[in-house]
Design a protein around this ligand. Sequence first.
Ligand SMILES: Nc1ncnc2c1ncn2[C@@H]1O[C@H](COP(=O)(O)OP(=O)(O)O)[C@@H](O)[C@H]1O
Ligand SMILES: [Mg+2]
Length: 591
Amino acid sequence: MILKKLMRSVREYKKYAILTPIFIVGEVAMEVSMPLITVKLVQHIREAVATSGSMKYVFIYGFLLLLMALTSLAFGAIAGTTCAKASSGFAKNLRRDIYCSVQDFSFSNIDKFSTTSLVTRLTTDVTNVEQSFMMIIRTAIRSPLMLIFSVVAAFSLHPKLPFIFVVIIPVLAFGFFMIFKKVRPLFTSVFKRYDKLNNSIQENIKGARVVKAYVREEHEMKKFDDAAEGVRSDFTHAEKIIALSSPMMNVAIYCAMIAIAFFGAKAIIACGGDTSHYGGINVEALSSLLMYSMQVLMSLMMLNMIMVTITLSAASARRIVEVLDENSDIVSPENALTTVADGSIQFENVSFKYNKHAEKFALSDINLKIESGQTVGVLGGTGSSKTTLVNLICRLYDVTEGRLKVGGKDVREYDLVTLRDAISVVLQKNVLFSGTIKENLRWGDPNATDEEIVTACKLAQADEFIQGFPDGYDTFIEQGGSNVSGGQKQRLCIARALLKKPKVLILDDSTSAVDTKTDALIRAGLKKFIPQTTKIIIAQRVASVQDADLIIMMENGKIEAMGNHEQLMEQGGSYREIYEMQNRVSEGGAN
Ligand SMILES: Nc1ncnc2c1ncn2[C@@H]1O[C@H](COP(=O)(O)OP(=O)(O)O)[C@@H](O)[C@H]1O
Ligand SMILES: [Mg+2]
C-alpha cells in the first residue's frame, strides 16, 4: 500500500528504474563467472608449464577474463548513472507531490502536522526514502542475485562442500530478522524526536529577537540540547543493536570458510587432486570456492545494509504517505457559487472548536448580523477569540455548529477562490515575501496598474514612506519583511489587501504598530473611498473603533456586548471601563 503510493512519484523516471537492475544483472553475471574462468586459466597455465606446450589457451582465457572484467565495469558504471537519474528524479517528484498536497491543506490540516514536521517530511524523510529507493534498485537485486549465483557456481565446483552455506545462511537470516524486529520501533521514535528538534530550531530562529531580549538563550539552548540528545540516544541505541549483525555475520562466514578449507584439504588429499572422482577437488577449485565464500559474505553484508536503510526509510515512508493521504477538510463544493452578492455577513448560532476532540469551544453561540458596507469594530482581550471569529468568515476554518453567511449564502456553498477573492484579510501575523514592494503589492491583484498601486498605498498611508526610500516602489523587501518597520509592514499589508478590491475587508489588529494619527487617517480614507466594502476592524484601542457602526465586545469566545459607541457607553460594562481608562491615559500623556 505505502509502497504503491510512493511509487506513483517515479513517473517519467521509470525507464531508468527498470534499466538499472538489468545492467546490474549483467555486472553480477560477469563478476560471478570470473572465478570459474580463473580455475580454467590456472589449469591451462599448469598444463603449458608441465608440457612446455602452446600458450594458446592461456592467452584465450586470459583475454576472456580481461574482457569480462571490463564488461562488468562498464555495466556497473552505466547502472550507477541510471540509478542516480532514477532516484534523484523520484525524489524530485515525491517532494513535488508532497508540496502539492500541502498547498491544498486548510489551516486545521496544518495545525495537525505542525509546520516543522511538514518541513522535516519534505526534506529528511524524502532523502531517506530516496536512499532506500537507490539501494533497492541497485543492491536489492544485486545481492540476492550474487548470493544465488555464487552458491550455484560453488556447487558446480564441488557437489558437497557448499552445503555449508545452505546451513549457515538460514541461521544468519533468522539472526537478522531478530535484530530488525528490535530496531524498527526505535526508528519510528527517532523521527518524532527529529520533529521536536526542528521545532526548537525554527522557534528559536524565528524568535531570535525575543530570545535575546529576554535573555533566554540558556533556556533555549537546553531545550535544543534535550531534543538533540534524544535523537542521539535513539540512534545510538539502534546502531548498537544493528552493529551486532556485522560480527555475527563475520563469525558465521569465516567459520564456513574454515570448514570449507578443512574439508576441502581433506578431499584433495583423499583424491590426490584427481577431479574425475566423485567428490574430487583440486587446489584451484578449492581457492575459487573460497573466493565464492567471500562473495557470499559480501552479498550478505550488502543485504544487511539494505535492511537497515529500508527499516529507517519505512518510518519515513509512513510519514510521507500520511501527508499524501491527508485530504484538505475545506474544499469547494460541487456546483459552487462563483459570485458573492455583497459584503453582508451573518452568523447564525455559530460555535467553533479548533479540534474535534477539544473540550473547549473557541467560539460559542455567536449571532451577528452585519450589513454590507458597515464598519464593525471588534474589541476584546487576547485569547477572547477575535481572530478566530474572522478566520471563519473566509473559511480558513469551518464552523463546528450553526451557519455563517456571506452575501446571503452559506460560506460552504461558495467556490473557495471566489470567497477568498471577495474577502481581504490583513492577518494579525503579517507576512511579506522577499521581492520588491511592487511585487508584494501585486499579490493583491496581479494586473494592478502603477496608479492603482499608488492609490492603494495612499489610502493605507504607505505612499509617503515608500517615496522616501531611495528605490521607491522598487525597494527590495527582505525575507519576512525584516528591513521595514512593524508599522510600515502593517501599512503595506493593508495596501495589498485593498488592491484586491474586496467586498469585505478585515483588519486583524493591523494598525497596532501605527501611531494614532496615521491610524485615524487610514480609517477615514477607508470610509471615504471604499464605502461599499464591509470593514471589520479588530483593535486594542477604543479610538480605533469608536466611530464604527457596530462595536462587538468579545470575551471568552462569546459576544459580551454589542452596539454603537453611544449604546455601549450607556450600558456601562467593560466597554465604558476600557474607554475611560484609555482616555485617562491619553489625557495624562498629553500633559
Ligand atoms: N490554531 C489553533 N489551534 C488551537 N487553538 C487555537 C488556535 N488558534 C487559537 N487558538 C485558541 O483559541 C482561543 C482564541 O484565540 P484567538 O482567536 O487567536 O484570540 P484573539 O485573537 O482574541 O487573541 C485561544 O484560547 C487560543 O489558544
Ligand atoms: Mg488575535
